[in-house]
Design a protein around this ligand. Structure first.
Ligand code: FE2
Length: 201
């Protein structure tokens, strides 16, 4: 651990519907902060391990750094999924016959109901994310609430569609109480090709 150095990725997303360039610029900066902190935590944990052991007096710092790694690491990765599943002139329905749509239609009574479920997870009170996951063992799609960045991620499931619903994702464009409007905007920017690529991994 700690030997990897992560670099912030670049996303060209200006001109989205309902999510302003100003919001994106601010959001990219926040994302870069997660990359920086992931790297820093990795370095500090490596330092502690460098003498081949975790001493009793190092244990409190070691524990705290390791717990924080879950927050920073997931914060980095989830933002990459989020920015990566939007594009200009996106949205609409996932293409008929696509693997994603087929999996959704066999997991939910209808595509519309999946959509309602996904948007409703996003409207839940709290700070976090709505994520549609693929269970690779069954090919079923299910929507989940992730608290902060790290609580609720399901081991082994593949994130397909990731929506940030922290207020920083929309506060410059919508009031905090208008999260449903932001969710509508997000849905109108979805890059379904990117979702489909995640299905095929
Ligand atoms: Fe965010």
């Amino acid at each position: 651990m700690g030997t990897n150095t992560y670099k912030a990725k670049h996303f060209d997303l200006s001109g989205l519907t309902g999510i302003s360039d100003k919001t994106l610029e601010m959001h990219f900066k926040l994302y870069e902060g997660y990359v920086t902190n992931t790297n820093l935590l990795g370095e500090r944990i490596t330092e502690i391990l460098s003498d081949g052991q975790v001493d009793q007096e190092e244990m409190p710092a070691y524990s705290e750094l390791t717990r924080r790694l879950g927050f920073e690491y997931n914060g980095m990765v989830l933002h990459e999924y989020y920015f990566g599943n939007m594009k200009r002139q996106g949205g609409g329905d996932p293409p008929a016959g696509s693997r994603f749509r087929t999996a959704v239609e066999s997991s939910y009574p209808s595509l519309e109901l999946w959509r309602t479920d996904f948007a409703s997870v996003g409207k839940m009170r709290g700070v976090g994310w709505a994520i549609a996951y693929l269970n690779p063992a069954t090919n079923a799609v299910s929507n989940h609430w992730i608290e902060l960045h790290e609580t609720g991620n399901i081991a082994g499931f593949i994130p397909l569609l990731v929506m940030d619903v922290w207020e920083h994702a929309f506060l410059l464009d919508f009031k905090p109480s208008d999260r449903p409007k932001y969710i509508e905007a997000f849905m109108s920017n979805i890059d379904w090709d990117s979702v489909e690529r995640r299905m095929q991994r």
